[in-house]
Design a protein around this ligand. Structure first.
Ligand SMILES: *[C@@H]1O[C@H](CO)[C@@H](O)[C@H](O)[C@H]1NC(C)=O
Ligand SMILES: *[C@@H]1O[C@H](CO)[C@@H](O)[C@H](O)[C@H]1NC(C)=O
Ligand SMILES: *[C@@H]1O[C@H](CO)[C@@H](O)[C@H](O)[C@H]1NC(C)=O
Ligand SMILES: *[C@@H]1O[C@H](CO)[C@@H](O)[C@H](O)[C@H]1NC(C)=O
Ligand SMILES: *[C@@H]1O[C@H](CO)[C@@H](O)[C@H](O)[C@H]1NC(C)=O
Ligand SMILES: *[C@@H]1O[C@H](CO)[C@@H](O)[C@H](O)[C@H]1NC(C)=O
Ligand SMILES: *[C@@H]1O[C@H](CO)[C@@H](O)[C@H](O)[C@H]1NC(C)=O
Length: 917
């Protein structure tokens, strides 16, 4: 304890750093989807030049780089020991990007490598493009001109762990010559299959988490001819031969080796450390002579790496034309498995076109990612003003891996004339909604699909940054539960044993976590619909004005707090819609549609949650944590019923909640009133009650203040340097997500620091080779559960503030209900006056010109011929969409009046005019 308070005392002084100085436990490089997750891992200092990037499973990937300066070659990435390594000057880390600065000794030229995996959490379409950027730039450090060439390569380990897998490759380029690159794939494509390997000790077969389907792309944007940068490539030649070619000439042959397929690596049969052959896919860029006065564009290149599959997942639906017999002997509908395609396929007819878009989108997503990071750091400082920037670092480091677990699918089945409130993502290309769902792989712990108790932990992130993602993640679960193929009452644990097979559990078998899942599902549903004032499906001018007015009021009234900005990521999607309101709209639609299903879950909790039996979680009966979850889950359902006008259900479940709470308080509080027990009838057990977070998050106020006060003084008495253990029965384990959740239930700073400082300390524990969410609270070792999306739970304080803000807004709106009518009238009148005045001015001006009409804001073009169009990205890029019901193949084109300008507006102009369909 003494040591702990000493450490806590020192902390603020030691840790007053910003993101520039921050080296996370593992350094994310290209982190984008379940099969594209590259990190620098390992116990040593994170030095790009002497380390090999690894897949999140810690298996090696080949990603290597050389730089040639005045004819001399240095290694800048991936430990190529035949050449001297660059010195690693600095690492700069943000939520979306990691930037390394490297230089040779003496320091003549600096190479800056930025690995950007964009974070655009409101724009799920962009977020789900399966590519990541690598931006390289060089500059002279000593004031002298230097001849510079930069080389980088990947190998077949991006496709599989097994070196004897055979690969094939082709050289590809953008249709408009806007990019050049290589596409490689396993020769033997096994759709939806992951590689399995036998554990040498346990003899059990386990997935390596590598999928045996799909293509890896490594490509570079074609530099403008004025930049003078020359890009060459090499595809499928042996690694040593390719590197030597570069080291000797500074350029590559731009040829593809025709001896294909070949194994990822061929080793000598007599000496296994001798690699005889290894096809690599390399790009090289000649910058010519660069000097301090060279323009930036002549010193930079943009690369991209991607892992692309189509289709993405198999999904179970029912076939109502047939019947089968379930395991319970009862009749049920037939089974049907469909294949779901990626969301991007709704808009791009080829990967090449998507890649063209991805390259042209760099500046925009870079700015968005930077804005997100800046907002995150400033919001984190507001919610944890005592911890310096440590909490900001924790959430920033956690961000990329949340999206690594997910893939968005195009929900083509929902296209056909469905009147329901469909779940959509907005295409930034067309501005139009695309029916969508999001699939999740339970990373590391196992490969389950859309696990309810893996989504729930990162609910705080979803509320803070991405409210429209929440209903999209829950949709496939609801839909499967509705098929009639799964009969058990509580919600299912997951949609399938192993990603990407979301084939459900038609055998009715599921891990025994039903109270967890029922509580989680109900509380996520309520959180989703209460995160903002739901948008209306097709907003009228009136609702738009109301929404605008609401926003202004929230921003400038007491709802946020004096002198404070609104907490939470704000962004517009599809035709200027607010992404929070969109999320709330979809969640509300979902609750309306799935009300009976949810009611069944609440009833299940009523039956089971007061005296829970053995449930999988640290199996033992009567666990208080489950009772808390159950009680809160029922109360959440009561609130859902209230919002939907179901007053009988509302009252019923409110009563049950109150009755259960009384019993709970009798049985669950320690005799001396010092803390909540871990389970009834065991005086020695306790637990870190993360489930109370739901009470605080949703403002339910079910548990009395005295409980919070009790726990607040209790946690510091059981804390270890890295926070209190999760459960007294397993004192050497804590979970980082639950540390953050519990911190948000504290009343005092002392209690909060116990959790948050523990968490921050772990995030600086670079002795760890990997970043897992299961840790030892005594020493801060990472013990399993690597790189999982539950790290989004670290956003607990931020999510809580977003919800509190929204509650304050609602309360205020109720109070102001009366005054509002008058305000409306006043604003409405003012509006009309402005409109009339400007209309008159406009028509006068128009008459003076030619009669050409433009609608304010969005330009309407081509509406007569069945097309829609919208402006995008400050009006620079205009895309039109083919409006054909049942399909959504989009065409890109430039409206006539713009085709004369924008010609030199980089390659984008060509692409804009090109037709995708
Ligand atoms: C780099 O490679 C050398 C030689 O193969 C090896 O000894 C060293 O451990 C490697 N460095 C890292 C960080 O893996
Ligand atoms: C690389 O740079 C980072 C950031 O400055 C530093 O933490 C790390 O120790 C350096 N590694 C080496 C091997 O120099
Ligand atoms: C998914 O299902 C397919 C078809 O049954 C099978 O070939 C594949 O191995 C499964 N994938 C995983 C990861 O279990
Ligand atoms: C293609 O690669 C094979 C294997 O490394 C090599 O033997 C052959 O010479 C290469 N072909 C060319 C044209 O470089
Ligand atoms: C095996 O190959 C490695 C790498 O080329 C080499 O360093 C080593 O000396 C070789 N060992 C034997 C026994 O030849
Ligand atoms: C759970 O607690 C209740 C109340 O103390 C007790 O009656 C019951 O036997 C307990 N259940 C089990 C399985 O221990
Ligand atoms: C009671 O709690 C203690 C401490 O957590 C634990 O070691 C013990 O196994 C529990 N006893 C029962 C009967 O669950």
């Amino acid at each position: 304890m003494v040591l702990l308070s000493l450490l806590v005392g020192l902390l603020p002084a030691v840790l007053a750093l910003d993101e520039t100085d921050y080296t996370p436990i593992v350094v994310p490089l290209a982190v984008r989807g379940p099969y594209l997750g590259a990190y620098l891992t390992g116990r040593q200092d994170k030095n790009l030049a002497t380390m090999d990037p690894h897949f999140w499973t810690t298996q090696p990937l080949g990603w290597k780089g050389l730089v040639r300066i005045d004819g001399e070659t240095w290694n800048w990435m991936g430990n190529l020991t035949d050449w001297p390594a660059c010195t690693n000057a600095s690492i700069h880390h943000t939520a979306a990007a990691t930037t390394f600065s490297l230089h040779p000794e003496p320091a003549t030229v600096e190479l800056t490598a930025t690995f950007l995996s964009p974070i655009t959490p409101a724009d799920l379409f962009r977020q789900s493009l399966p590519f990541s950027y690598l931006h390289l730039s060089v500059s002279s450090l000593d004031g002298q001109p230097h001849q510079v060439e930069v080389y980088s390569e990947i190998n077949g380990l991006w496709l599989a762990d097994e070196e004897d897998e055979e690969t094939t490759w082709v050289h590809e380029k953008g249709e408009k010559g806007d990019w050049v690159g290589v596409r490689a794939r396993l020769d033997n494509q096994r759709k939806f299959a992951e590689a399995y390997k036998q554990d040498p000790w346990s003899k059990e077969w386990a997935s390596t988490d590598r999928i045996l389907q799909g293509d890896v792309y490594y490509a570079a944007q074609t530099p403008s001819s004025s930049s003078g940068v020359q890009t060459t490539f090499s595809a499928g030649h042996d690694a040593m031969q390719t590197r030597r070619e570069f080291a000797s000439s500074g350029t590559l042959s731009s040829t593809s080796n025709s001896t294909s397929p070949r194994p990822i690596r061929t080793r000598s049969s007599t000496n296994s450390s001798l690699v005889l052959d290894e096809p690599v896919f390399a790009l090289s860029h000649s910058f010519g002579r660069i000097s301090p006065s060279s323009s930036p564009s002549s010193r930079e290149v943009l690369l991209s790496i991607g892992h692309v599959r189509d289709p993405l997942v198999r999904y179970m639906i029912s076939d109502s034309d047939e019947t089968t017999t379930g395991p319970d002997g009862k009749e049920r509908p037939g089974e049907k498995v469909i294949e779901l395609r990626p969301l991007w396929a709704s808009t791009f007819t080829s990967v090449g076109k998507m890649l063209s878009f991805f390259f042209s989108d760099y500046q925009y997503v870079k700015e968005q990612s930077e804005a997100f990071n800046a907002k995150l750091y400033s919001d984190a400082r507001v919610v944890d003003p005592e911890g310096g920037d440590e909490y900001a670092h924790v959430v920033a480091v956690s961000t990329r891996q949340i999206f690594m677990a997910m893939e968005a699918v195009w929900d083509q089945n929902q296209m056909s004339g469905n009147e329901k409130e469909v779940q959509v993502a907005w295409s930034p290309v067309t501005g139009e909604p695309v029916p969508a769902m999001v699939m999740l792989k339970e990373i590391s712990s196992n490969g389950n699909v859309n696990t309810v108790d893996v989504i729930a932990p990162f609910l705080p992130f979803l509320l803070y940054a991405s409210p429209s993602l929440l209903p999209l993640l829950l949709e496939p679960i609801y839909r499967y539960m509705e098929t009639g193929l799964y009969v058990p009452k509580p919600p299912i644990h997951d949609l399938g044993d192993h990603y990407p097979n979301a084939t459900g559990h038609n055998d009715y078998l599921y891990p025994g976590l039903p109270i967890e899942e029922a509580g989680n599902a109900l509380m996520m549903a309520l959180a989703g619909m209460r995160v903002a004032q739901p948008a209306t499906s097709s907003p009228t001018t009136r609702t738009k004005v109301v929404e605008w007015w609401d926003d202004q009021r929230t921003r400038f009234s007491g709802a946020v707090g004096a002198g404070q900005r609104k907490i939470g990521w704000e962004s517009k999607i599809g035709h200027g819609r607010d992404h929070r309101r969109e999320g709330a709209r979809m969640a509300l639609g979902q609750a309306r549609e799935r009300y009976e299903l949810m009611k069944g879950w609440a009833k299940y909790l009523e039956e089971e949650c007061l005296y829970p039996g053995d449930q999988l979680f640290g199996s033992s009966p009567n666990q208080t944590s489950l009772v808390i979850k159950g009680i809160l889950g029922m109360r959440a359902f009561s609130e859902i019923a209230d919002d939907l006008g179901e007053t009988r259900d509302r009252d019923h479940f409110r009563d049950v909640t109150e009755r259960y709470l009384e019993t709970f308080l009798d049985l669950a509080v320690a005799k001396d009133g010092s803390h909540l027990l871990g389970s009834y009838n065991n005086a020695t057990g306790w637990i870190t009650h993360y489930n109370l977070y739901f009470d605080v998050l949703l403002g339910l106020e079910v548990f009395p203040q005295t409980i919070y006060e009790m726990q607040d003084s209790f946690y510091p008495t059981v804390a270890e340097p890295y926070g209190p253990p999760l459960d007294s029965r397993f004192p050497t384990r804590a979970k980082t997500d639950w540390l953050a959740w519990a911190s948000a239930t504290c009343l005092s700073s002392k209690c909060r620091r116990v959790f948050l400082d523990g968490l921050a300390r772990y995030f600086r524990a670079s002795k760890n080779a990997v970043f897992g969410d299961s840790i030892t609270p005594q020493e801060g070792w990472s013990v399993g559960f690597l790189s999982r999306p539950v790290a989004g739970g670290h956003y607990a304080l931020l999510g809580k503030e977003v919800m509190a803000q929204e509650r304050r807004r609602r309360e205020q709106k109720l109070l102001e209900g009366e005054a509002e009518g008058w305000w409306f009238l006043a604003v409405g009148l003012g509006f009309i006056i402005v409109l009339v005045v400007s209309w008159r001015a406009l028509s006068r001006w128009k008459r003076a010109r030619s009669g050409y009409i433009e609608l304010g804001g969005r330009r309407a073009h081509g509406t007569g011929d069945g097309r829609r169009g919208s402006e995008f990205d400050g009006g620079r890029q205009v895309w039109g969409a083919e409006d054909s019901p049942g399909m959504s193949l989009f065409k890109l084109e430039l409206p006539e009046e713009e085709s004369s300008e924008g010609e030199e507006d980089y390659a984008g102009a060509h692409r804009r005019r090109s037709r995708i369909a």
